[in-house]
Design a protein around this ligand. Sequence first.
Ligand code: NAD
Ligand code: MG
Length: 398
Amino acid sequence: MKNLAVLGATGSIGDSTLSVCRQNPALYKVQFLYAATNVDKMLALCLEFQPRYVALSNTDSALQLKALIKEHSLLCEVLPEEQVLALLGSPEIDSVMAAIVGAAGLKTTLAAVNAGKEIFLANKESLVMSGALFIDAVKKSGAKLWPVDSEHNAIFQSMSPTLQNDIGHCDLATEGVSKILLTGSGGPFLEKPLNEFDSITPQLAIKHPNWSMGPKISIDSATMMNKGLEYIEARWLFNAKKEQLQVIIHPQSIIHSMVQYKDGSVISQMGNPDMRVPIAHVMGGGHRINSGVAGFDFFDSENFRFIKPDYTRYPCLKLAIEACYEGQHATTVLNAANEIAVQAFLEQKIRFTDIPDVVDNTLNKVSCQAVSTIDELLMIDKMARESAEVLIHRGVNC
Ligand code: NAD
Ligand code: MG
């Protein structure tokens, strides 16, 4: 039985992870739960899973949780935030589900990587920001990295063991891979007339046609920034060159991505769109375990469609692909500006169509040189956030 830490335990991926734990109680002991503010949900999880440690990054919430844990006489230690990194590096943790949303997940994910743990990587933003530094850290520590993002998990499942065992350093061409075909649904506005985009509300944008997810990734899916972040994620996980990566819109979200080989074969992983499937794959260590998800019924499906992405509809996707080849400073700025813009859109401070403008303007304003340390990345992240905030405050197109 492995000791599991769930980072982002109260979120959508946290829910799916703990659901897979319920299905497979002999595989993992839930040892540590970590989240931001949701005291009630965390208490309920502590009552059910009885973790040895728990933490909330918000100090007031952590104090409230501590009082409730005492009241319920639970044998669960509420850790102060500053002790979280040390716990993740300690022998008390074997496997880490990295599912904090956004750049906020970088430090914990990297702490687990540096300690050589088994990492289930959902927090794509940490890899988008730290790219080569992240992959080098995995190699150095011997951490075992498993892709949780459904597309990357599908790509991983469609590859040979040689490639699977060399994540971050794969030699795709030698193994006969000609292309990774990264699929995306196109989000809720695939068919919406472009002249109606100005009136898109957060309520409309958050409603994904196929997946149930947290608010930030739902908006990213509507702009297709999510696919852009995933493009960068795939570039690092599979050491892919530009000509080896292609985005295809597949509105049904049943094919979760594909790998095309030089003999003309295409291998894909399919299934109902439910994150418990890739989570069960990684938590089973590649062996098939119960996920709680029903099998896909091919007789119950619409025709599969495949569409080339249109950058006028999805300017964020283009910005992300460009940033991918500009360098790590650019992907850090892109990610930071996007996080600020999405939050501002959710708070109705900017329009849906302003999101790519905030990202583009921030990329133009924050000029940076090559980056070689995490501290430099964090500085660029901070500069980009401040610059995006100023833009939003002054009116995006200033
Ligand atoms: P969510 O908003 O539902 O949950 C986010 C979790 O992170 C919450 O538990 C929150 O409390 C926690 N959190 C936020 N800031 C924190 C901080 N500073 N310290 C500690 N905890 C913090 O998000 P989600 O949809 O579960 O996504 C989580 C990550 O997984 C994202 O990086 C996302 O891109 C990725 N992902 C999600 C899905 C999905 O279907 N939801 C699919 C693929 C990848
Ligand atoms: Mg995905």
